[in-house]
Write a protein that binds this ligand. Structure first.
Ligand code: E4P
Length: 223
């Protein structure tokens, strides 16, 4: 399982990469816009924090395939390390993915709401497909079922594409997509932290400390 962080907030990225075994960062135009900083310098700052080997997913803005391809090439030239260009699964997006496949540019097909969009993107050559689990759920369709069907279709068609499930409202959704075969998830810093929070763990640790201190005082081992 790959865990990615869905944010462009520098402080969140620094803190989360210090704490957790994360595999990369995903962004989209809305996430970038929230920071209101220059685009390329912000991406370079993120790259500096996470290092060259971690994945960085960055989305194009154009709607026409030719322009998407130019943007992808531009971003690929400007940003070093393990970069994935996110392309929405519109008709023009699929054309762009198909064409970019011939270059050594890695692609994440994004804004996926149906299994057929994912299959088409995978056939076009996408390295990752990103179904939007909670946004799908908001259309009265199970986002988990969509992920399961995408995983099944990719397997049955012998494609190498991985599923990067995105858009979560709670950790139960994250847990269910991991059980249903998604190879990667991306979530915000708060939700990622919640994957580790449990009152049982907190209470147990508090009790351990209390028992220890009752006998040994506040001394802890020093090296
Ligand atoms: C992935 O990068 C998506 O853009 C993102 O997860 C969407 O999440 P949201 O539906 O919470 O905005």
């Amino acid at each position: 399982m790959l865990y990615l962080l869905d944010t462009a907030k520098i402080e969140e990225i620094e803190k989360a990469f210090d704490l957790y075994p994360l595999d990369g960062v995903t962004t989209n135009p809305s996430i970038i816009a929230k920071e209101n900083k220059d685009f390329i310098p912000l991406l370079k700052e993120i790259r500096n924090i996470i290092g060259e080997k971690k994945m960085l997913h960055v989305q194009v803005l154009a709607e026409k395939a030719e322009q998407m391809i130019k943007e992808a090439q531009y971003l690929n030239d400007k940003i070093s390390g393990d970069l994935f260009i996110k392309i929405p699964v519109t008709k023009e997006g699929i054309k762009a993915i198909k064409n970019l496949k011939t270059e050594k540019i890695k692609i994440t097909a994004t804004a996926i709401f149906t299994p057929q969009q994912a299959l088409m993107a995978a056939k076009a050559g996408a390295d990752f497909v990103a179904p939007y689990v909670n946004r799908i759920a908001n259309t009265n369709v199970s986002g988990i079922k969509v992920v399961r069907e995408i995983v099944q279709l990719i397997k049955e068609n012998n494609l190498k594409t991985n599923v990067l499930a995105a858009s979560f409202k709670n950790i139960q959704q994250i847990h269910e997509v991991t059980l249903n075969g998604a190879q990667a998830i991306t979530a915000g810093a708060e939700l990622t932290g919640k994957l580790l929070e449990h009152s049982g763990t907190k209470n147990s640790v508090e009790q351990f400390i209390k028992d220890w201190e009752a006998v040994y005082g506040k001394d802890i081992l020093t090296y």
